[in-house]
Design a protein around this ligand. Structure first.
Ligand SMILES: Cc1cc2nc3c(=O)[nH]c(=O)nc-3n(C[C@H](O)[C@H](O)[C@H](O)COP(=O)(O)OP(=O)(O)OC[C@H]3O[C@@H](n4cnc5c(N)ncnc54)[C@H](O)[C@@H]3O)c2cc1C
Length: 418
């Protein structure tokens, strides 16, 4: 269909989860094709940290050294209110080889993954959009539109995507890593209902003059969650939960250009606004604000699909779940679920059909997300839990950058158990 070798797996979406899935499959000898409707990778940092478990996974994929060249290591997490630091979590206490978090821009991570795929002989087909999907018990049928950007109009010009060719094919497996508005999920008639409140955040990335001391800081102030991530080259990212406005659905669409000119479309996000919100919510942050390179207001809904796939079509990443952004659990959880999904696909293709592995995948990850989204299970306190920490235990579950056993260990340091 696409080249000399017929793909065994079509991966729809070249975001971080789709690229990582493609690499894992390729390294296991599976012939893949990755398509994305956009013309290139993301332009900004978006989900900007890798959890310890993701680092172990990238080590196995042979990419850890490259990641370490472009990241800022985070060793501790300060948990604060508007006055002071109330508790500190130390990642080194995880006591395994990669007991730290790396802050790395999502666009940089996507480039590392795309380059690695290319080195393994897989070229992402940008500007290719999945336009039609049907499935049966033993294969999927797809129509893929090849797109081109055309400039239309004479006096006022505008650009539009034009379909130059439609490609039809039959594929053994389709993996939908096509983000929150997943075409694959919609084609499978899988619901994706809201399961909690929407969080709206103002996000700023700027250069600062202080040593950020390999710490991230979480702060909870008057009902709002705020987070500071240190980034390479003296930059940091502050995100502030907004209680007085709703961002649009479109705010979740990834921009593809890296440079933002002036305030971009966010005129209200001025330097003064940033300084004011910092002085109210984190007066303990003593860094100067220099060179604001990105500002945004973004909507984070909480949603979960009611299944992770059907027959030969399966989902991973934002296509199945949308979560609170603070702990970067969405993308990192996406990597872990994609690892389980690829194991099921590899076994089914190379050894024998294993529908039970897909059923396990479905159950394991739906349960995991139900827990992380606060729908099932609870965070418990102990006799020693600080009352302020106890008050924020629900928010802490989704704000600590870790999952499963690591999350358990880190929450344990502040006397919370899961
Ligand atoms: C402004 C902004 C800020 C963010 N900040 C944070 C944060 O602080 N913390 C956090 O955890 N997360 C954050 N996120 C979310 C984070 O970017 C996502 O969780 C992550 O990108 C999910 O990766 P993914 O690979 O699952 O999907 P995506 O990165 O969304 O990739 C999906 C890809 O599929 C492609 N696609 C869609 N439909 C089709 C189709 N029909 N055919 C072909 N291709 C298709 C899209 O073009 C896209 O490239 C932010 C997102 C935005 C937009």
């Amino acid at each position: 269909m696409f080249g000399k070798k017929k793909p065994e797996v079509l991966i729809v979406g070249a975001g971080p989860v789709g690229l990582m899935t493609a690499l894992e499959l390729t390294k296991n000898g599976v012939v893949v094709q990755v398509i994305d409707k956009e013309w290139q990778r993301a332009g900004h940092s978006y989900a900007l940290a890798l959890h310890p478990q993701s680092l172990r996974m990238f080590k196995k994929l042979g990419l850890l050294d490259k990641i370490l060249q472009h990241c800022y290591k985070v060793n501790t997490i300060d948990i604060c209110d508007e006055k002071e630091c109330k508790a500190t979590i130390n990642l080194a206490e995880l006591k395994h080889e990669y007991a730290y978090i790396t802050a790395i821009q999502q666009n940089v991570l996507e480039k590392i993954l795309e380059d690695a795929l290319l080195e393994n002989g897989v070229k992402v087909l940008w500007h290719h959009r999945l336009a039609h999907l049907t499935h049966s018990i033993d294969h999927a049928n797809v129509i893929i539109d090849k797109l081109e950007t055309d400039t239309l109009g004479y006096i006022i010009s505008r650009t539009e995507q034009v379909v130059t060719k439609s490609i039809r094919g039959e594929i053994p497996y389709v993996i939908g890593a096509d983000g929150h508005y997943s075409f694959v999920r919609r084609s499978l008639d899988i619901n994706f209902d809201p399961v909690g409140d929407t969080l709206n955040c103002a996000v700023f990335e700027f250069k600062t003059d202080i040593d950020l001391q390999n710490k991230m800081a979480l702060s909870f102030t008057e009902g709002a969650a705020n987070v500071m991530w240190p980034l390479p080259n003296g930059y940091c990212r502050w995100s502030f939960q907004l209680l007085d406005r709703e961002a649009s659905q479109e705010s979740r669409i990834k921009e593809r250009y890296e440079v933002q000119i002036g305030t971009g479309p966010y005129a209200e996000l001025t330097e003064n606004y940033l300084k004011e919100i910092l002085s109210k919510r984190a007066p303990w942050f003593k860094g100067k604000v220099e060179d604001i390179r990105w500002r945004h207001i973004v909507r984070f809904e909480r949603r979960l699909s009611d299944a992770l796939g059907k027959n030969k079509c399966w989902l991973a990443g934002d296509a199945t779940h949308m979560t609170n952004p603070v702990g970067i659990q969405g993308m990192n959880g996406g990597f872990l679920e994609a690892q389980d999904l690829t194991a099921a696909v590899i076994k089914s293709l190379k050894e024998k059909e294993s529908p039970e592995l897909f059923a396990e995948y479905n159950e394991k990850w739906l349960n995991q997300w139900r827990f992380l989204l606060g729908l099932d299970g609870r965070v418990e306190t102990t006799a020693k839990t600080d009352p302020w920490i106890a008050q924020h235990k629900g928010a802490l579950l989704s704000s600590i950058p870790a999952l499963s056993e690591d999350l358990k260990g880190l929450l344990g340091q502040i006397e919370l158990s899961i």
